[in-house]
Design a binder for this molecule. Structure first.
Ligand code: SAH
Length: 301
């Protein structure tokens, strides 16, 4: 294990920040820090463990935004963990949820007294702290579906691409039970850790794996169950490729929440699901990000 991390600073003009974060979101499976400089420019700070990964990331960013000013150096690893303590802010998602770090005891007590469900996330490299629009769109979607009675306690969920476990934990704390899958072992570990922090070990099974040709259910063989609710916050292209497998794992009248989709890609992703017989989605937008809610009992709408 290395004791140093590569710290990369990417600086752009203030109005270029949205595009830079969109680029980062397609390249990085975990978070970064953002700051606005006194001169109005904006900066994203990324920490990477692996030199090859850092080089590939910088090449991908340079190909899309050659004007980005890049600075990099090495920092002690412990500083990064400490930095999270400064940068991790509570995030309200929808009317029901608030995402907190384990050390935010006071905020947790306050949230509980206000009737919000705290989701505790130990910030590590797995994606999913609620700070990214693609995650908060899923949780606010879940919040609304619960309010509308279209998702209910006692139902079964599949959290495909669980990352930190955040979506599955939100569902488990709302009375559902289910399965969380990820192809990345580090995500599986983080999700298992967060499952314990939230006391939902008996409500959420976590495994390495996926649906369809990628992973075939991982270490445990193919997933054969059908679910009432499926979350998949991945990216547009894999979501299109996974469409037949996701649709096959959905109960009749079940609901799919898809995210990780740039607004410009939303209709293309939707087409892959309507092709497999599902109704037109409801589209939700947050800045340049979008999520799709597909299915459910259309008569009840
Ligand atoms: N669900 C979390 C994390 C989303 S990040 C949230 O909403 O914030 C996307 C996750 O999907 C990553 O952890 C990545 O490892 C995983 N992933 C990517 N492709 C996948 C696939 N084909 N099957 C399963 N997981 C996948």
């Amino acid at each position: 294990m290395t004791t140093e991390l590569i710290r990369i600073e990417l600086t752009v003009m203030g109005d270029e920040l949205d595009y830079l974060t969109a680029c980062l979101a397609t390249e990085l499976s975990y978070g970064w820090e953002e700051e606005v400089l006194p001169d109005g420019r904006a900066r994203c700070i990324i920490h990477a463990e692996n030199e090859l990964f850092a080089q590939e990331l910088l090449a991908a960013i340079a190909a899309r935004m050659p004007q980005v000013e890049v600075r990099r150096n090495l920092v002690p690893k412990a500083d990064w963990v400490e930095a999270w303590k400064v940068f991790f802010t509570p995030v309200n998602c929808g009317t029901r949820f608030i995402v907190l770090a384990p050390w935010m005891e006071e905020e947790k007590a306050q949230a509980l007294s206000q009737g919000r469900i705290p989701i505790i996330i130990e910030p590590k490299t797995a994606f999913g702290t609620g700070h990214h629009a693609s995650t908060s769109l899923c949780l606010s979607g879940l919040s609304r579906l619960l309010d509308q009675g279209r998702v209910k306690a006692g139902q079964r969920f599949l959290d495909l691409g669980t990352g930190s476990g955040i979506l599955g934990i939100g569902a488990a704390k709302s009375g559902l039970s289910g399965l969380a899958l990820d192809i990345d072992m580090l995500a599986v570990e983080n999700s298992l850790e967060n499952r314990v922090l939230n006391g939902v070990e008996d409500k959420m099974e976590v495994r390495r794996g996926s649906l369809g040709p990628v992973g075939h259910g991982g270490d445990h063989g193919p997933v054969t169950e059908q679910f009432d609710l499926i979350f998949a916050n991945i990216l547009a292209e894999p979501l299109k490729a996974l469409a037949p497998y996701i649709v096959a794992r959905l109960k009749p009248n079940g609901i799919i929440i898809l995210s990780g989709i740039l607004a410009t890609q939303a209709h293309g992703v939707a087409a892959a699901y309507t092709y497999h017989g599902l109704p037109e989605p409801q589209y939700e937008y947050d800045g340049e990000w979008s999520s799709l809610i597909i299915g459910g009992d259309q008569e009840a709408l």
